[in-house]
Design a protein around this ligand. Structure first.
Ligand SMILES: [Ca+2]
Ligand SMILES: [Ca+2]
Length: 170
């Protein structure tokens, strides 16, 4: 999915180019994160501790459908964009509605893998298990809590509340 215009800091794509070339140690035009050497290079290049790296990796299923850990440049850019956006939200004022909407909308579409317009439990299970570490809430309980109208699915507004609740500064 194309990364929304205007949200990326200047130079993001050239940073990705450089990062990709650094991690693509075998110069095959792909990054293979199932290789320890490439995975470790990526973690070091992004300067992430083990927890943050695990969070980044938990997004892999959304970019790497067959889960073989192999990425091209665009897929890697999207993966890292998600992570930058989530970190960026942590310093975004709650009144910056436009930015919050654009980021939430992009994430929502990304997570809604089957494009049904709603997020089902299976689609967000991985994120809830990651958030479990932050919030201590069990995945299913958490899902029911986010699904405030009890429809069994997460609609955009419910998703936005989740993102605001977890990532935006209090
Ligand atoms: Ca869906
Ligand atoms: Ca709902």
């Amino acid at each position: 999915m194309p990364i929304p215009e205007g949200l990326l800091r200047a130079g993001f794509m050239s940073e990705i180019e450089a990062l990709f070339d650094e991690v693509d140690t075998e110069k095959k035009g792909i990054v293979d994160l199932s290789l320890d050497s490439q995975s470790r290079t990526l973690q070091a290049a992004l300067d992430l501790d083990d927890d943050d790296y695990a969070l980044l990796m938990s997004w892999i299923t959304y970019f790497d459908k067959n889960e073989d850990g192999v990425f091209d440049k665009n897929e890697l850019a999207e993966l890292i964009a998600v992570f930058s956006f989530l970190s960026e939200l942590q310093s975004t004022p709650r009144t910056n509605y436009k930015k919050i909407d654009v980021i939430c909308d992009w994430l929502f579409q990304l997570i809604d893998c089957d494009k049904s317009g709603t997020i089902e439990f299976k689609e967000i299970k991985f994120l809830l298990s990651t958030l479990h570490k932050l919030t201590g809430k069990l995945e299913l309980d958490f899902f029911d809590e986010i699904d405030t109208d009890g429809s069994g699915t997460i609609e955009f507004d419910e998703f936005k509340e989740l993102i605001k609740g977890v990532f935006l500064p209090k």
